[in-house]
Design a binder for this molecule. Sequence first.
Ligand code: NAD
Length: 499
Amino acid sequence: MQDLTHYVDGARVAGTSGRFADVFNPATGEVQARTPLASAAEVDRAVEIAAAAQPAWAETNPQRRARVMMKFVELLNRDMDKLAEAISREHGKTFPDAKGDVQRGLEVVEFCIGAPHLLKGEYTDNAGRGIDMYSMRQPLGVCAGITPFNFPAMIPMWMFAPALACGNAFILKPSERDPSCPLMLAELMEEAGLPKGLLQVVNGDKEAVDALLDHEVVQSIGFVGSTPIAQYIYSRGCAAGKRVQCFGGAKNHMIVMPDADMDQAADALVGAGYGAAGERCMAISVAVPVGDEAADRLIEKLVPRIEKLKVGPYTAGDDVDYGPVVTAAAKEKILGLVQSGVDQGAELVVDGRNFSLQGYEDGFFVGPHLFDRVTPDMDIYRQEIFGPVLSTVRAGSYEEALGLAMDHEYGNGTAIFTRDGDTARDFANRVNIGMVGVNVPIPVPLAYHSFGGWKKSGFGDLNQHGTDSFKFYTRTKTVTARWPSGIKEGGEFNFRAMD
Ligand code: NAD
């Protein structure tokens, strides 16, 4: 069994706390490695190193910083298979899906190559007679990010690439479930030319997170994970005076209008509901067909597609549709919620409870489930299941379907399937959810737009990546300047308009 490390000051270093977490191979259920859980003292050391390295990086011109990003993109492409393998091995997702995880992070790195342009400030010549005014965006200093297990490449890159491109140092506290890929990313950044100490990986749990939240040198916290932890981190980080953005859980609804192409809608639901075993914050977990006739047609198309899904380990080939869930605890939680759905009266149309895979009986595999006639009071509707379970809620009208999506406490993503432009436009306009798809089931915005949910899916006012990330990782300074020949009067006692 392998002992994993932290990545501090340009090297892999062993943990000193004496505390570890098991890293599983979810396909077999075996413990394949241990990751060290950092103490507050280990976090302090990383922060000290970051603070010492950051000023010289901030003074490095943005074009040179961008060149590191350019090289990093090249190295990500070179090592794509190795990175994806590390993800699949610890997370369990299929190999093509793991490459997608790296790819969607890489695209944000590509966006960050534009840092020189994105960091240009504003300038007003002659804001008053002989007076110029300019605003510049300066790095924050030492920034930190806490990331979830489900995208161990993409989400760290969404944070550290813009943070570093803006001239900050960054400390990453990745998920303790799949920490190998983040360690590899830190090494690759240094191979790309990033000076040591600027990107460090501190593995850990609540103790390391709290040490980052309370550390007065750490200027900002980015978090992605479940909503209760997002709320905790947001409030504690804000109370400590930091800049904080936190992204939480989801319950994404897909409205299926009677005029939708039902084959397309069923294909979309199967991919978006069961891909990555449903462990995506943008997975569709609720289908909302409008009208009983549409519901019946949809269910009829869904069932054979779901029954055909190939569930297996990533090593079984690229035609596997989804792999195991991440831990035995996750499996137990999912199956517990499925049972609650049955107990509370939902109709289990596809029952995956007895799913077992020969040769992988101890793996954390969960068969696909489809519920019909789910109602909003049921636990399977109110809670995020984060597994291969799709719930169908039948709505009597478009307004009722819209109301369901709007009344849910989560507001990450949603989609509508229809041929009617008016309905689609009305939906996109009125729905109180951050990311909306029109005949697109997983509307994850590209790198040059920004990603973020509303309601209990997002806390803070700036989104991830896109221009928002350059605002999040810099602060604005505005200078009002004149030179001695522009000073015409003596002391001024009152505010007045500029001449
Ligand atoms: P999680 O909340 O359990 O863990 C996320 C991070 O927080 C990890 O690094 C973990 O070590 C840390 N953490 C856990 N408990 C903590 C505590 N008590 N105090 C301090 N830190 C703690 O989430 P997860 O299981 O890794 O990820 C799945 C969740 O993430 C789902 O709810 C999913 O919807 C959400 N998610 C959201 C988005 C988004 O953009 N909105 C994206 C991906 C995942």
